[in-house]
Each structure stands twice: as C-alpha cells, then as structure tokens.
Design a protein around this ligand. Structure first.
Ligand code: PDD
Length: 297
C-alpha cells in the first residue's frame, strides 16, 4: 500500500508518525472515511466540509485547502491503482513536546490511506445483521461535541467490545438521558407505525452523511420521517431496523438484542435508492470534468 503522509506518497512501511505526535499521545486529531466508486469519491465535498468543521471545533488549522486535499486524495488512489476503495484521511495536531497545549505542535500530521473497499458478505444485506443496545453510554454531547469526528474513539471501542462479546456486529449506545443515540460507527433507523424514525442530532450523534442521504431519499419516496428522541422500547416495537454509514450504506438489521426483524420493504427500497443515488452522483461527477479525479486530471 502507498500512503500519503505530509505531502509525500511512500510505501506503507515508510509511512511512520512520531511517538510525540499528539494524535498518538492524546487522540488529538480528526478524520474522515470516504468510499470511492468507479474512481469517484462519493460526496467528497460533504466529507471535506465536515472535516473542516471538525477542525474548526477543535481549533486545528489544516494547512491545505479543499482543492489541495482533493488532489492529495486522488493522487493516493492513483498511486494505489484503486477505483473502488475505502479512503481514510486523518489530520492530527502533529508532533510536539509532551503536554496538552495544542500550541506545542507547529504542524499538523496529514495521512491518507486507501485500500480496496470491503466486500461485506451478501448474506449481511439479504438476511440482516445482529446488533445490540450497549451498556456503555454515549459520551455526553456537552462533554465532547459529537459533531467533531475525532480520533478519540475509546467510548465507541468500549461499546464495540460489548458487541464482539456476544458476536454482534454493531452496538447502539443510549445517551445519558436513556435515549437512543448512535452506533459505534453508524447511525440507526427503524420503522414504527410506518414512520421512519431516527435519533435527532440533539440526542448527541454525529450527523452521518449517509444518514442525511437516507432521510432525503425517504422523503423523496413519500415516507414519513421523524427525527426525535426514542427509547430502546421503541426499537423493540419496530417492524424494520437498519443502520447507515459510508461503507455499510444501508445495512438491514435482523436482530436487536433478542428481538427479531425481517429485512423489510422500506429497508430494501432505501438501499436500492441509495445505490441509484451513488450511480447518478458518479455519472454527474464524471460528466462535469475537467475534474480532479482519476488519470484524466
Ligand atoms: N464512521 N456515527 C459515528 C460515531 C461514526 O463514526 C460514523 C462514521 C457515523 C456515520 O457517518 P457517515 O454516514 O458519514 O459515514 C455515525 C466511519 C464510517 C468510520 O468511523 O470509519
């Protein structure tokens, strides 16, 4: 694998970060993961907007502008000869003496990694996955703003460990007020009384880009959508459940704790609408040229 690190693309064994990097020492940094379909990074502008929002909420100045980041992303894809890929862009505070003060670090560390996109087993989409409601609560939104997509993942990892223990794929965390929030790396949706329900941003979640697309598609499909506060009993009483994120897209859920759900019509409809959205986005970006993507740059 070829990795972008601070302006250079090098083989992965040479892509090393200092032990004094504050990303390593304190989890002080931010990231985005994106999916590449047929050479086009899906919703790139939205991901970069969220990256700059995370940077601004943490007082981190990214030394590259949007166009330079786009070029770095596409150069990394080219260096790896990848057209269908998973890309992770990480920006840490950089290296500096030990201490929390961000001013100790003069230059952020920027890393881009790209690998072939994960092939989830088709049975995941056909039969659905098992998830749990974790005992681990979501960090208070008043303590760490969930709009910051940060390198601090211990809260999510503790919930993920609970899922792994019972062989479940994902863990949904409740917030401190006993309301559903989000998964360790995903947002949650469920169908109740024919209304598509999902925790609102006020519940302390990351406003997932896939979540936003799923809501728009549901509205376009004339479904009632409710962003609000829900309990785990609401999800147990649901008729369909699915989770969303950049790489899972719309993933059906067949079991939450011990409640079983079919892979229902609405989930299937939204998954195929999502695929269509990806297809038309890729076609639009390709038609727009000249662009930053692929060999044609
Ligand atoms: N995670 N909530 C959390 C806590 C997340 O980490 C993510 C994404 C999401 C969904 O966001 P989006 O639809 O924009 O991918 C919600 C990515 C996939 C990750 O950690 O790699």
């Amino acid at each position: 694998m070829q990795v972008y690190i601070n302006g250079k693309i090098v083989p992965s064994q040479e892509a090393v970060v200092s032990v004094f990097d504050h990303g390593f020492l304190y989890g002080d940094g931010i990231y985005e993961t994106m999916l590449v379909y047929d050479g086009v990074i899906f919703k790139l502008d939205e991901h970069l907007q969220r990256l700059y929002r995370s940077a601004s909420l943490t007082g981190l100045t990214i030394p590259l502008d949007t166009d330079l980041l786009k070029i770095a992303l596409y150069d990394t894809l080219l260096a790896n000869a990848l057209k269908d890929a998973y890309v992770r862009l990480t920006v840490s505070r950089g290296h500096g003496p030990i201490g929390l003060d961000p001013e100790l670090c003069s230059q952020p560390t920027i890393v881009i990694m790209a690998q072939k996109s994960k092939d989830y087993p088709p049975t995941f989409y056909e039969k659905g996955i098992h998830i749990i409601i974790a005992e681990t609560r979501r960090n208070l939104k008043e303590a760490i703003d969930p709009r910051i997509k940060s390198l601090n993942f211990l809260n999510n990892i503790l919930a993920k460990i609970e899922a792994i223990r019972v062989n479940a794929y994902e863990a949904i965390m409740l917030n401190a007020r006993n309301r559903l929030s989000e998964g360790t790396v995903s947002n949650i949706f469920f169908l109740k009384d024919d209304i598509l329900c999902t925790p609102s941003v006020a519940c302390g979640i990351l406003d997932g880009i896939t979540r936003g697309i799923a809501i728009d598609l549901a509205v376009r499909e004339d479904l009632g959508v409710l962003e609000g506060e829900f309990t785990k009993e609401d999800i147990y009483a649901a008729t369909e459940v699915f989770i969303t994120n950049t790489s899972l897209e719309v993933m059906p859920v067949s079991k939450v704790d011990s409640t079983i759900y079919p892979v229902g019509k609405v989930t299937k409809r939204l998954h195929s609408a999502y695929k269509q959205e990806v297809g038309s986005y890729v076609a639009r970006v390709r038609a727009e040229g000249p662009s930053l993507w692929g060999q044609e740059r």
